[in-house]
Write a protein that binds this ligand. Structure first.
Ligand SMILES: Cc1cc2nc3c(=O)[nH]c(=O)nc-3n(C[C@H](O)[C@H](O)[C@H](O)COP(=O)(O)OP(=O)(O)OC[C@H]3O[C@@H](n4cnc5c(N)ncnc54)[C@H](O)[C@@H]3O)c2cc1C
Length: 491
């Protein structure tokens, strides 16, 4: 059966349209090397019609589909499950299905750009940076931005409802999407490529596919919002005086320049030191070392330097900052944001990392951080806790490094210890009214943990939606939805 599916897919897609062997293997593991499995092949359709036919062939042969954009996702959503077989609920008496990866990489065109409408239409495999550059060419801004901009694709961003450094000013991906074209699990194409700011003609179906991580449909094209390009932008890099007063610093930035404040990022001093030590190009912005640093960017139609200076002086006077530097030219500005991009605990540290992409109400960020450190150490005193993130929108990336026992005999105990830390921090996030999936999505990583975050009624409602779109569970099975939704179908 699988071989017939492979033959049919190869003949439909042509020699450029599929990969097997070494090249395919690379695309079946995630960016962290934490997740992955085998696929029959990697399909690389070049058009919406080819995606639709691929879906129909897979459907006819009961082959599951794992959509993939840039494969930069951090929750294992874009790669096959571990054993090359999708996990269905054994109690339903079904055989698990083999899967393919469906890469959108060849569908990478900007279809059109319209500066008067402030929109761009792009294929799903178009890389985020290419859309940023196309927007800049017509004096507009495409708001999505984060470290993986050069490889993350817009279809992946839409499917994870990605965030990044500009959420504070422009909102997350959901707020950038005006219209979508989607291939549904039955192989039909939904053309929802509308470029309207206002449309109250009933349910807004595109919202279902944003953040669905390929479980309800394959996004093939999108109409995206553009924004006016602020001609002036300037960033301050500051040493935080007292982390417990970080929200006073944030409030000050809003008071001085609410309309101008476009990014507010928190970075720990030791990661700044590591990033600079490991880089041949990064320049240390200030000599003062501190446990915590902030990057504060103001953007506007007028020169923002004066406002940033007011913010700087007042923050120094009030002890909120102990030192700071304003980027004086484009190279310095770039250096600050390159430094921010280089902050990646997973690349900088070795050993087992437990990570949280947490969001909490913004006024609770610092109490949350304190308590997270306390609880991780209560479970495991030597635990090292690192946090950084887009604190201006309540998003903290928290990592915990437990100490692994030297002897292999301790492996099982170590796994149990990690589990206890995860349970303790998840519970804390929920106590603070937060989410364990702020911007990276659910994927495989968070699927079993989500049960603690939402009421059963929410799972029932979302499960019914999944069951309606994809009753056979062929679209990215084992991601976002656990198998319980199958009990909501007639199978
Ligand atoms: C260094 C680094 C920094 C990062 N910083 C941030 C950050 O600041 N903010 C943030 O939000 N994320 C960040 N990420 C995570 C990642 O870049 C985003 O989640 C991004 O949106 C993933 O895009 P992608 O194209 O790589 O998607 P993939 O990893 O390929 O896929 C992600 C999910 O979407 C599904 N999918 C992909 N394309 C489609 C499609 N066309 N139709 C349907 N489903 C699809 C996949 O099946 C998978 O479930 C970072 C990652 C790295 C490596």
């Amino acid at each position: 059966m699988s071989q017939r599916a492979i033959d049919a897919l190869k003949s439909h897609l042509g020699p450029q349209g599929w990969l097997q062997g070494g090249e395919a293997a690379q695309l079946t593991r995630d960016v962290r090397g934490a997740y992955g499995g085998q696929a029959l092949l990697v399909a690389r359709p070049a058009s919406t019609e080819e995606v639709a036919t691929t879906v129909r062939i897979c459907r006819a042969h009961a082959v599951a589909i794992v959509p993939q954009g840039g494969n930069t996702g951090l929750c294992g959503g874009a790669v096959p499950l571990g054993d090359a077989r999708v996990m269905l609920d054994a109690s339903l008496g079904e055989e698990p299905s083999p899967c393919i990866v469906l890469s959108l990489a060849r569908m990478n065109r900007i279809v059109s750009i319209d500066p008067l409408r402030y929109t761009v239409t792009a294929e799903a495999g178009c890389v985020v940076q290419a859309i940023q550059e196309a927007a800049a060419d017509v004096d507009r801004v495409f708001a999505l931005d984060w470290g993986a901009r050069g490889s993350a694709a817009i279809g992946g961003a839409i499917s994870t409802n990605a965030g990044g450094i500009n959420v504070l000013r422009f909102g997350n991906t959901r707020e950038q999407v005006l219209g979508l074209e989607v291939v549904l699990p039955d192989g039909r194409v939904w053309d929802g490529l509308r470029a309207l700011r206002k449309d109250s003609s009933g349910l807004d179906l595109k919202q279902l596919f944003i953040g669905a991580e390929g479980t309800l449909g394959i996004v093939t094209r999108a109409v995206l919002r553009l924004h006016p390009r602020p001609p002036r932008e300037q960033t301050l890099f500051g040493a935080v005086g007292d982390i417990s007063r970080l929200m006073d610093l944030f409030a000050l930035a809003r008071t001085v320049g609410d309309a101008e404040l476009s990014a507010f990022e928190l970075i720990p001093g030791d990661l700044v030191d590591m990033a600079i030590d490991r880089s041949a190009t990064l320049i240390r912005p200030i000599a003062t070392s501190s446990a915590w640093h902030v990057l504060v960017r103001f953007s506007g139609q007028e020169d923002v330097t004066e406002k940033l200076e007011v913010f700087f002086v007042e923050a120094l006077e009030r002890g909120l900052l102990t030192d700071a530097a304003l980027a004086g030219n484009l190279a310095q500005e770039q250096n600050l944001w390159d430094l921010r991009d280089a902050i990646s605990p997973m690349r900088m540290m070795t050993g087992k990392m437990l990570k949280w992409d947490a969001s909490v109400p913004i006024d609770r960020i610092i109490p949350f951080l304190d308590e997270a450190q306390r609880r991780a150490c209560a479970v495991h005193p030597p635990a090292k806790v690192i946090a950084f993130g887009h604190v201006g929108d309540g998003n903290l990336h928290l990592s915990v490094w437990p100490e692994r026992p030297a002897d292999a005999a301790g492996d099982q105990a170590f796994d149990m210890l990690c589990e206890r830390i995860v349970i303790a921090i998840d519970a804390l996030i929920w106590e603070f009214g937060g989410s364990i999936c702020a911007e990276h999505g659910v994927g495989v990583e968070n699927i079993s943990r989500l049960r603690g975050q939402k009421a059963p009624l929410e799972f029932e409602m979302t499960g019914k939606i999944k069951a309606m779109f994809d009753p056979d569970n062929l679209f990215n099975p084992g991601k976002v939805f656990d198998s319980s939704f199958r009990k909501l179908t007639d199978h």
